[in-house]
Design a protein around this ligand. Structure first.
Ligand code: FES
Length: 508
């Protein structure tokens, strides 16, 4: 079951009514690129303010990152507040918390006012350490940070030991956070956006931008979208060379398996462990009275793990051991971008492009931070002061060409991958390639990425990532070619799944 093709529980709610793609040149006041949580919330907010907005999505609506999360909407972002107090100071740490709590309040108000049925409910958020003393100590420090910042929560060790079927050494709670159904939420927002006269195009990949006044976006099919303001809400910015975003973020993948369970056998609350292996738990209440239990974790740097079936199997084994679950309805994975200081980049992309805005680097907390991003960017476009804009300003650390070059040089992993791909031998010969298997093979004197499907058909594509040339690795569980440098992913036929790459791997 866990070796089948992955599918997300959230995506079951997707309606497959195709809309149109950009088929001619388009002009608008604001172009929003990417119809995930940032893009859709921003597009709607701007349309509500009377802006003429065009929203563009590279794939089908709801198939991007937002449909593959655990959809916890929380200000508890792992162990972060003690660190933020240390690195940014108490004032900014509090501001970070306030921003996220405000996002929760905004979400609740919006869902209520628009009447969106998206299974939104308040749940306490718990972090726990079950085995490691150092992780327990981190949580003690986090309790102190909560007290310093006046966060509603603190020690919850006894409470979590009552709730979970295994013993934890230490736990910390943040009260009254939220969980919801992200795809149903986006559908509700999209309906309102279209009612307001907004324009939505899907299956339209933006591949370039000519900066100016106005800005001009180019699509893969060769059309132009002209707009004074552009919001880049593509998870990884498609134009990441502007501002050297590729040098400022790490990319991680994580996994989720889900299974139905009798309601009483799975606790209320949302849980994450802070020790290794990392685990994340939440549930959805189903109409049949059962719960859909979700188990997340198995994080690794994107493109660095070849045995990805194992990631799902490990989660399945955890769910079996602690909750007696034998079979799973869904399994899926997601990609997270982590900034240098763990605070997202939200705002003007660079100082010299005042009408191009970016939102990226949400770590694993894209639901609350995505809403913050949409609201900060809306205020910037509407020329209103937002109290969080300085905290999230992407230019808070000024990177010049020399800084980026230095960073790439010192980033041992990326540098190593760049070189490794050039010198390492082919993984196997084409003849040795099994069914439903991908590998780098020698073909006509060059290294190519080869996949043999379940029927035995072989597809060959170039093995050099079209972003910056690192050699891609086969991801067996997702059936994709994943780049170990900045996380670009490609289908077996070379089509881009997610960036920063915007060009397909060439067919061989
Ligand atoms: Fe940057 Fe592949 S994603 S080289």
């Amino acid at each position: 079951m866990l070796k089948d093709f992955p599918s997300s529980f959230w995506r079951d709610a997707a309606k497959d009514d195709p809309t149109t793609s950009v088929h001619q040149d388009v002009t608008a006041e604001v172009a929003v690129v990417g119809a995930g949580i940032v893009g859709v919330v921003a597009a709607l907010e701007l349309a509500e303010q009377g802006k003429q907005v065009v929203l563009i999505e590279a794939a089908r609506f709801g198939t991007g990152t937002t449909g593959y999360t655990t959809a916890k909407v929380s200000a508890q972002h792992g162990v972060i507040y003690a660190e933020l107090i240390k690195t940014l100071g108490e004032e900014k740490a509090r501001l970070y918390y306030d921003a996220n709590i405000e996002a929760l309040q905004f979400l609740e108000g919006q869902v209520e006012s628009l009447g969106i049925d998206c299974d939104l409910e308040r749940q306490h958020a718990y972090m726990y350490a079950d085995s490691s003393s150092s992780a327990a100590k981190l949580l003690e420090k986090e309790d102190e940070a909560y007290a310093t910042l006046g966060i509603d929560g603190g020690d919850a060790t006894d409470e979590v030991n009552e709730l979970l079927p295994y013993t934890v050494k230490k736990a910390t709670v943040m009260h009254d956070q939220l969980q919801f159904h992200p795809v149903k939420y986006l559908q509700g927002l999209m309906k309102r956006f279209l009612e307001l006269g907004g324009t939505f195009y899907e299956m339209t990949r933006v591949t370039g931008i000519e900066y100016g006044s106005p800005n001009r976006l180019t699509t893969e099919a060769g059309h132009t979208v002209t707009a004074k303001d552009v919001v880049v809400a593509t998870h990884y910015p498609f134009n990441d060379f502007k501002g050297f975003y590729f040098s400022k973020m790490e990319v991680e993948r994580s996994y989720v398996v889900s299974a139905e369970i009798p309601s009483a056998q799975f606790p209320e609350g949302m849980f994450i462990s802070v020790d290794s292996p990392h685990r994340s738990l939440r549930h959805v209440k189903l109409d049949n009275g059962q719960k859909m239990a979700m188990f997340g974790g198995e994080n690794h740097l994107s493109g660095h793990e070849k045995e990805t079936f194992k990631c799902y199997e490990n989660l399945g084994e955890f769910a079996h051991r602690h909750f007696g679950l034998e079979s799973f309805t869904h399994h899926w994975s997601a990609q997270d971008l982590i900034t240098l200081d763990k605070v997202p980049y939200i705002g003007r992309m660079t100082d010299d492009t005042p009408h191009v805005f970016v939102a990226t680097g949400f770590s694993k907390w894209g639901m609350s931070q995505g809403i913050i991003a949409a609201r900060v960017i809306t205020d910037l476009i509407m020329q209103r002061r937002n109290r969080y804009e300085d905290l999230y300003d992407p230019s808070r650390s000024k990177w010049k060409l020399s800084d980026a070059a230095r960073f790439v040089k010192t980033n041992a992993d990326v540098a190593k991958e760049l070189i490794k791909g050039k010198v390492k031998p082919a993984e196997k010969s084409l003849d040795e390639l099994g069914f439903d298997e991908g590998a780098i093979v020698d073909h006509d004197g060059e290294h190519v990425a080869a996949y043999r499907d379940v029927d035995g058909n072989v597809t060959l594509v170039g093995s050099a990532c079209t972003h910056m040339g690192c050699t891609v690795n086969w991801n067996q569980a997702e059936r994709s070619w994943d780049c170990p440098c900045h996380g670009s992913r490609f289908k077996p036929n070379g089509e881009v799944i997610e960036g920063p790459a915007v060009k397909n791997l060439p067919r061989k």
